[in-house]
Design a protein. Structure first.
Lengths: 196, 196
């Protein structure tokens, strides 16, 4: 009763949404991915840096290059998911800052002139955006299967470049029957939240 | 039209929601924070590690200790926000894994026996949960003002401990009039998404 978001939306995004391990054959269209992006691009990041970059693995050839780079337990589902997205952090996001932060263009040089600082910022803020993206996949009525079990260096070499660090790989589609494990427990409020 | 989430919810969570820099005096209740947590705790993390920990700064005494640790441009809004939350990553989250991952309790020792591995995992996954939390604040009809402009080492020393790394500080409340800058631009779909 304390939330403004209607209960159906709560269910769609959090309560009934689950990490899927199996999918139907129904394709995920370009229009759906664009609609997801056009929603979640508004999620906040520090200095509006929005460092998330997304590689959609759509061709059979690219899929064949990706699957062997996944951990064994992730290979079958990555091979069969309707769409696979590689989420990465752009460590050179600062080049876009004058456009992204028009009221404070000097942020680019004041805060992000050093690569290690950029890598740390890009990692955290791309992770925020990865979470918004997962919420957006669910907002599209689809299930996401985010995975970090893969060879990060090999995925970077095969699909990205030195300026883009992989963050996670997400299988996307309509969940099949028996698409998930039983829900694992969550920590209680008092285990997570303290008050001072 | 490609999204299952109804347009009012899209607006509430992403399109009209904004990072607030000023708030009304209306308090944020314990019940609201619990409702936010009880929704966003379901957001996925790797191995269900859920490393996010939250310190609610409610007492005047704690607020007085926090404000001087904020960057100058963040001090006034942090002093006046109805509620301030310190979001942190628990680098010892693995101690909870046997409870959180009952079907795979050996993950604790197989993957997370080394502190640097835990710190990296906790940082990424707490960032995912920080994004879910921001979405949850908006789901409660409130505005979030996430900030990374503060003295991280000093906040850790003053409010956390060696096992908990600060991630961001979030002001929470009903937005005041003129609570935000004009919306900054976002990257176009084709600047972010490539297909292979």
């Amino acid at each position: 009763m304390s939330l403004a978001l209607d209960p159906a939306a709560q269910d769609l995004l959090f309560r009934e949404a689950r990490t899927a391990n199996a999918f139907t054959d129904e394709p995920v269209t370009e229009e759906q991915v664009q609609a997801i992006y056009d929603l979640v691009k508004f999620g906040p990041t520090a200095f509006n840096q929005t460092p998330l970059r997304i590689v959609l693995v759509r061709s059979a050839e690219a899929r064949e290059r990706l699957v062997p780079l996944m951990a064994e337990g992730n290979q079958a589902k990555t091979a069969s998911a309707p769409l696979v997205a590689i989420l990465a952090a752009d460590n050179e996001f600062h080049e876009e800052l004058p456009k992204l932060l028009p009221h404070f263009p000097q942020a680019k040089d004041m805060f992000f002139s050093e690569r290690p600082v950029r890598e740390a910022a890009a990692g955290v803020n791309a992770a925020l955006q990865a979470a918004y993206f997962i919420v957006g996949v669910r907002a599209a009525g689809l299930a996401a299967g985010p995975m970090t079990g893969f060879d990060f260096a090999a995925v970077q070499k095969e699909f990205l470049d030195d300026d883009h660090s992989p963050l996670m790989i997400v299988n996307i589609g309509k969940p099949a029957e028996d698409a998930w494990f039983p829900r694992s427990p969550r920590l209680e409020y008092d285990e997570v939240v303290t008050t001072v």
